[in-house]
Write a protein that binds this ligand. Sequence first.
Ligand code: GUN
Length: 288
Amino acid sequence: MGKLIDGKAFANRLCETLAEEVASLKSEKQLTPCIAVVLVGEDPASATYVGAKVKRCEQLGIDSRSHHLDVTTSEEELLSLIDSLNNDPAVHGILVQLPVPKQINSEAVINAISPDKDVDGFHISNVGAMAVGQNNMVPCTPLGSMMLLEDELGDLSGLNAVVVGRSNIVGKPMATLLLQKSCTVTVAHSRTKDLPAVCRGADILVAAVGIPHFVKADWIKEGATVIDVGINRIQDPETGKNRLVGDVDFDAAKDVAGAITPVPGGVGPMTIACLMYNTVAAAKKLSG
Ligand code: GUN
């Protein structure tokens, strides 16, 4: 069996370091990093993610301000809130949990956030900066996935990396970061021809498609490092209970992979830890 990459333990270590940094920012610079978290509507998964983010802030001594808006909120109202948060010097990070209700244009919302407060790294100027190697705010899930990969493999240069999925949140920024580390990067997606064969060429395989157990064991090269970004809720056919599974058929894949992230306990905790990392970085940058 391949090695389990313990994202939960890595995230806990990163958060311990960040908590120490927050404590010294408070005592030495009278600076308390603060993130505003905006949730629009009642999507239960979004509410769970937001709850986990706020809880991590509390553990680290980061201030969080929750704004829970009604599902009928207009784009104008949300933009007005973002404007006030952009202009509030006590707020260093702004996160609008996605997806937003359909009357709101998510691109307009993301691009209204001040790029230096864009702790998700989704603003078009942060995306562009990363594309030319001038990383500012880097999206949390790809950032956390890169930390796990470099911890596991050290130098990534020359390795074949296949990213399955081309979303703006994960697939595309992940490919950019892997390219920055001199991997040979392939971005595969739903139209890719012979996806199993493409995946079998990967030394690093990143699954970010949002389909439970999509990546099969026989798509994985013996000894490859597998990063499973999926967080899918399914009903267990045996117990009837809901459980979380990844985009990789983990039980079979773990015997082929050299190292693999589990779900839960892999990439998920790293996403939140990296949000804390970006919030502390934003606070330091904005306070000079
Ligand atoms: N929805 C799913 N993932 C994310 C994320 O990383 N950030 C935000 N804001 N919303 C999300």
